[in-house]
Structures are given as C-alpha cells and as structure tokens.
Ligand binder design. Structure first.
Ligand code: GAL
Length: 673
C-alpha cells in the first residue's frame, strides 16, 4: 500500500472518534467487544486529551493511553492517534493568558470550550511541539498506531486572532511577502481614503474600524492567518515524520462547509500525507446528498485525485444546527457509501459512543444512548459488513467527467464588504452549478484556476471574481486547445490584491469570452428577469443582470426585460478549437441545465438521460477492478443499465443487463474486465 494509507490497515477504515476518557475504564472492554461486532477497523483517539496526558505542567500520565492502545491492538483495531493541540489545558492558559485569541473587536476569548488558540503565540507553539514530541517518542513503534491525527479542524472555531502578538507576526509576514512598506501601500491601494503607511510598524490587523476597512488588507490577513495555522501544522507534522517514520500524518479538513472557509485547502492538501475530511449534512431544506457529493468531490480534488478518508460524519442527527433531524432508514449507509464512491477509503464517524455529559451529548453516535436495541445500531452493524465487502475498492480512483474551478482566495475576496449586491454569494454559485452537473449525472473534479485543465472536456467557472493573469492565460489556452468553458457573471474582475483589472470588465476574461461588460445592474430583492433562448425557450434569472457587449461572441439567450432588455444574457464564443460560454444573470440549478446541456454538446459529453434524478452513479477504477457505485436516493426501485457483466459486492450476486437498485439502496458492481 502507498504511504498515504493508514499503516497496517488491510481493509477500508470504519470507526470513529473514540473518547473513552469520558467513561470508567471498566466500560472499555464492552466498547471494543461492540466495535468488533460492528466491524470497526480503526478509531481516532486522544484528540482532546492534553489535560489528561499532562495534568500539570511537565507532569505526564500516559498510562491510560498505553492501556487503551494495548486493548485496541489486542482486538485488531488500528489507532488514529491525535496530537491534542487543539485543546491546551487550563493550567497552560493560566500561565499564558496571551495564548487566548482576541477578536477583531478586541475581546479576548476565555478558556472553557475548545480551539481557543492564538497560532502566533510562542508559548503555545512550544507547548504543542513538546506534547507532540512526547507522543511521537512514546508511540512511534506501537503496533496499534496506523495514522497521526494532528490537531482538529484548523480554522474553526477561531479563524484568525487579532492580538498584538499577531500584529507583530503579520508585519513580519508582510515584510517577507512585499519587502517594503511602499509595496504594501501599492498592493493595498492605500492612496485611497488616506490609508498610506510610512513604515510597516504602523500596520495592524484589520481590527474593527468605524466603517468599511481596506479590502486588500482584509484579504491579506486571511492569507496570513491561514499560513500561520499551516506553519503550526507543518511543525507538528515534521516532528512526527522525524520521530515516527512510516506513519502517515493527516489533519481533518472541512472542505466544503461554508462555516469553515478560512483555510486554503489547495495549499493544505500538499502538506498532509493523507487528506481526511469531516462532513455533516446541512439540513436547511436543500438536497443534502448533493451537498455531500460536492464535499466529497472537493476533498478528492484537494487530494489530487488520490484516495482520501472521511474522518467524521454523523450516524444520525447533529446537535449544532437550529433543527437536527435524525437520518432516515438507510440514509447513513447512502451517505457513507457516497463518500466511498467519491474516493474515500473508508467511513468514520463522530463519534463511537454517545456522550452522557458535555456539549455534544445530543449529537448522534455509532453507539447511541438507546444502546444496541436500536435501529441506528443495527444499521451501523450492517454498514460495517457492507464496508467490509467493499475492501476491493481500496486504493482505486474516482473517474470524473468535468471540472469546476474553485479558489478559496476568490471566495474570500467575494465575501468582502461593499460589493455590487449582497445577494450575490460565491458559494451559492458554486452550489448551483455543481447541482446542475450532478443532475446531469456527471462526476465533477474541482480544480484550481491555474491547474492544467486539458483532461476535462468541460470546465465550469462559478463566479471567479478574483482571477490572476496566470489563471486568465490558463483558461484561454484551455479553450484554444479545444476545451468548453462555462463562466458565470462576476468572474475575472479583480487581481490577487482585489484591484480591478484595467479596462472594461471582465478584465482577465474579455478575450476568452469575446465580450465586454459595460455596467453591472444587480436586481432588487425579489425582482426577476426573463431571458429567451433558442426556439423561444424561456428562463427566469434573478439577483444580477449586466450590460454585455459582444466582441466576437454570439448571443444565445437574450434579456426580455429589465435594464438589459434586448441585450445578450448568455453568449457563446468560439475561440481556437474550443468554446467559451458566459452566463450574465443568476440562474438556479434547474435553469442552468438548459445551458449546460448545450455546452455539454459542445464538449462532446453524451447525455445520461435514462437515469432518474437523485440516482447517483459514480465509478472508481484501479488495479483491483472497475467499480460502478449506484446510490438510489429516491423512494422508488430503479433499474440502471450496465455496460458489462459483473459481481455486485454488497449482495455477492452476479449482475448483468439492467441492475435493480431498491428504493433508498446502494449497489456496487465490480465490472468484469
Ligand atoms: C466536528 C468536530 C468534532 C465534533 C463534530 C460534531 O466539527 O471535529 O469534534 O464536534 O464536529 O458534529
């Protein structure tokens, strides 16, 4: 197995966060017995255990962890061992109150929750390195050790600290990045509103100001905060690599959660040995399985297409949303196996046994308060067996049909204040374009705008407001060489410093799109526009319109009303061997289908119309086989045509012709070669 795989794990990972320090040690035997019953192969331990491992400064107690790891090993369960650096003990903060982070308003957080960390704080850095060194030294050769789990979810709950220590650290970062204060003034457009600095010493974090602050400063602070967290991760990782060679290192990401947009996972993906991700359904009325698929696809893309690991999801409801529904029968399995289809080599949960005390006691777990006489437990045991049957998919790769461009820096820039419309939401654009592709049964990779895109017949660009010159060149080359590009409004507007590209909008993408935009005209709340397309077809847009002037592009859809009435709404530009589409108003996923259908034709993508909506079909291939996952999210039985015979892994039955997938069920066919 490659060095990203948890050491010694011969099956897919199945298990969860295990926090046995919450129970009397006499219960542990019961836990591992039930873990074996459920087919658990790996658990994550010690993530929040610093206060137990070091109850007083310099006084360590590893005895309980020795016994726990020993017990897991005796029972054939692998350990994903945490470095507990997300939860320093109370004594640490008493000695170093300045390690508690400060908000932009100047409020210092208190001890008593978790994740209260100023990542610039030297005492924190030293203490984190010390506990990491001790764990690595003690457990490097432990036979249970499979994986290191550094910290927990960098970026939440605190994405940036604004204390004086961070101010000094930020100035050093500016010096390394820009060298001189004049270069900072230039990059930030500090001539505006008299914001010019005479020396780097005058610069502070973007703390609360009377009205809107400098946008380029705010953007750079996000980059700085992200880089600072990453520096701390790398320090721990290097200690672990040095003292425990051969054990892969991960930290759990939250790639697609809008609550955690403070981390540039493209950069983080390059630093970890194994990409792992936490995903929770956002139960806001939208189709949760689409959000899940998107998170999984994004995670795989951050991993460069390699297998990754679903580190956490929920067996049932969570407890931190306004309303937390339980999962319907079969939903947990569909969720887990959709992650596996999309590249995860396993399905792990938060957490193994439901807590009796503390903030998360109403969060579901694999072993619920109801105990083993419960539907949830029976489904966990069944899932364990299913996951075991899927062992052959390990280390194979998911096959994608199209790419969606994704850049955290552009997302950060779009979230800055004083934009043309507060109704424009970069994340919503990505969600809607993704959903439209999902509904066409296309599997999507995400790509950074400067990545090589030549492998994809179709590339979709949802609101890439911030686009560098390099990204613009890349997209142009992609189209010239035969690619099909679909670009949303509010793309190609500013450079990496949030400065508008010179000349008419969309500065960076004028050439490739064959048009200019004379003026934005966002709509008022609730206002809509009609657009007319080929054969008199009609669609409705909202949020945004603009005055598009074709300069080589042809008009495919036209505004019927609004300020832009009679002018182009959707255009197509043939350039070199390829085609670039532009969509100048906000269309929802259903409306986008019409545009993506024609663009898909340009790209030579054959429609998969025979599949019903909400039937997910994904392929993983590799040395061990060619696997077709079919996940039926509907309440009707469906039949899905197979291109060749094969063996269905969950039932062990032979499959040919049309594969029957029961309502709410999952089937995975190992297709014959
Ligand atoms: C995650 C976190 C876990 C647990 C879980 C609950 O974000 O890493 O420790 O809190 O959420 O959903």
């Amino acid at each position: 197995m490659p060095d990203h795989a948890p050491k010694g794990l011969t099956r897919l990972a199945f298990g969860g966060d295990y926090n046995p320090e919450q129970w009397p040690e006499s219960d542990w035997q019961d836990d591992v017995r039930l873990m074996r019953e459920a087919g658990v192969t790996m658990v994550s331990v010690g993530i929040f255990s610093w206060a137990l491992l070091e109850p007083a400064p310099g006084a360590h107690d590893f005895g309980w962890l020795d016994r726990l790891l020993g017990l897991l090993h005796e029972n054939g369960i692998r350990a994903d061992l945490g470095t507990p650096t997300v939860a320093p003990p109370a004594w640490f903060y008493r000695a170093h109150p300045d390690a508690l982070p400060v908000t932009a308003d100047g409020v210092r957080y208190e001890f008593g929750s978790r994740g209260a960390i100023c990542h610039s704080n030297p005492a924190y850095r030293e203490a984190a390195a010390d506990i990491t060194t001790r764990l690595a030294t003690r457990y490097a050769d432990h036979p249970a050790l499979a994986l290191w789990h550094v910290h927990n979810e960098y970026g939440v709950p605190v994405s940036a600290c604004y204390c004086d220590g961070c101010a000094a650290h930020f100035r050093r970062w500016l010096e390394t990045t820009y060298e001189t204060v004049d270069a900072v003034n230039e990059a930030w457009g500090a001539a505006f509103w008299g914001q010019r600095y005479g020396s780097l010493d005058e610069i502070n974090p973007p703390r609360t100001t009377p009205t809107v602050g400098n946008p380029a400063q705010a953007l750079d602070y996000r980059r700085f905060a992200d880089a600072t967290m990453r520096e701390n991760f790398v320090r721990e990782r290097d200690i672990l690599h040095r003292l425990a060679p051969g054990i892969p290192v991960t930290t759990n990401f939250m790639t697609a959660l809008s609550q955690c947009d403070s981390v540039d996972y493209w950069a983080w993906g390059r630093e970890v040995d194994l990409v792992s991700n936490d995903h929770y359904l956002i139960t806001d009325g939208r189709r949760t399985h689409v959000n899940l698929a998107m998170a999984a696809d994004l995670t795989r893309s951050v991993a460069g297409g390699a297998p990754w690991l679903l580190m956490e999801h929920a067996a049932g409801g969570v407890n931190w949303q306004p309303r937390n529904p339980a999962k319907a029968p079969g939903e947990m399995a569909r969720n887990s196996l959709s992650h596996v289809a999309r590249g995860s080599d396993g399905a792990m949960f938060f957490q193994w046994r439901q807590s009796r005390r503390g903030a998360e006691k109403f969060h579901s777990a694999m072993l619920p308060h109801a105990g083993t006489e419960s539907r949830l437990w029976r489904e966990v045991v069944q899932l364990g067996a299913d996951i075991e049957s899927l062992t052959p998919v390990r280390d194979t790769r998911t096959v994608a049909d199209a790419a969606v461009l994704w850049d955290w820096h552009s997302w950060w820039a779009q979230a800055l204040e004083w934009r043309p419309s507060e109704d424009h939401d970069a994340r919503e654009r990505a969600d809607s374009f993704y959903e439209a592709l999902y509904d066409r049964h296309l599997t999507v990779d995400f790509a950074h705008p400067e990545d090589d895109l030549s492998a994809y017949p179709l590339v979709v660009v949802p609101a890439l407001y911030l686009a560098t010159e390099a990204a613009a060149r890349n997209l142009r080359e992609y189209v010239e060489n035969g690619g099909t590009l679909v670009v949303s409004y509010f793309s190609g507007i500013v450079d990496e410093h949030d400065a508008v590209h010179p000349g008419p909008y969309p500065g960076a993408l004028r050439d490739v799109l064959g048009l200019t935009v004379e003026e934005f005209s966002p709509l008022l709340a609730g206002e809509t526009v009609r657009i007319t397309g080929p054969d008199g077809a009609r669609l409705t847009g909202d949020v945004w319109t603009e005055i598009v002037v074709p300069r080589g592009a042809e008009t495919v859809w036209t505004y019927e009303d609004g300020l832009a009435a009679g002018r182009p709404a959707v255009t197509r530009h043939r350039l070199g061997e390829g085609t670039a589409w532009y969509v100048s108003t906000r269309l929802g996923a259903r409306e986008l289908d019409a545009i993506l259908g024609t663009a898909g034709d340009d790209a030579g993508i054959a429609p998969r119309a025979e599949l019903p909506r909400d039937v997910e079909v994904v392929r993983r291939t590799g040395a061990s086989g060619n696997f077709l996952f079919v996940i039926n999210h509907t309440d009707a039985d469906v039949k899905v045509p197979l291109e060749s015979h094969g063996t269905e892994l969950l039932t062990g039955e032979r499959a040919a012709g049309r594969l029957a997938v029961p309502a709410g069920g999952v089937r995975v066919v190992n297709l014959d070669a």
